[in-house]
Design a protein around this ligand. Structure first.
Ligand SMILES: [Zn+2]
Length: 142
């Protein structure tokens, strides 16, 4: 689960960095996960490119760092809430952040590996349209 969750961050980080697309949804189970993004089109060669970029980031052995920040401080970090809608309730005063150094930084309560190389390798096993500007990418961790 930790490897899969970290793989989801890398997927999310690569897509935001290189294509500027936000996450609209997601789900995962051990060794398999999917995320939906605001993409108008998704095609085979783009999927292969994304898969390769994720595996490059895994191999880059980036550290994964967890911090607890006051809400105010956390919200000054650009793009800290990567999902389309900010779901953090008003009364939450401290925010746990998970950073994949140099790639991704998000408010997050989950478990992750300490370094991206622990993910191993991923494969994009499926992709499909879930609406006009909503495309789903499904990933398997090997
Ligand atoms: Zn996470």
């Amino acid at each position: 689960m930790m490897r899969t969750h970290t793989a989801m961050h890398i997927l999310c980080g690569v897509i935001f960095r290189d294509y500027g697309a936000s996450v609209t949804g997601g789900n995962m189970e051990p060794l398999r996960g999917r995320m939906d993004f605001e993409f108008e089109t998704m095609r085979q060669e783009l999927v292969r490119e994304i898969e390769e970029k994720i595996n490059i980031e895994i191999a880059a052995a980036r550290d994964v760092r967890v911090r607890i920040l006051p809400r105010e401080e956390a919200f000054h970090i650009p793009d800290i809430i990567r999902t389309k809608i900010n779901l953090l309730p008003e009364g939450i005063l401290q925010v746990r952040t998970v950073e994949i150094v140099g790639l991704d930084l998000q408010a997050d309560g989950g478990t992750h590996v300490a370094n991206t190389r622990e993910v191993g390798r991923i494969r994009v096993v499926d992709y499909k349209s879930k609406g006009k500007i909503n495309k789903r990418i499904e990933v398997a961790v090997e």
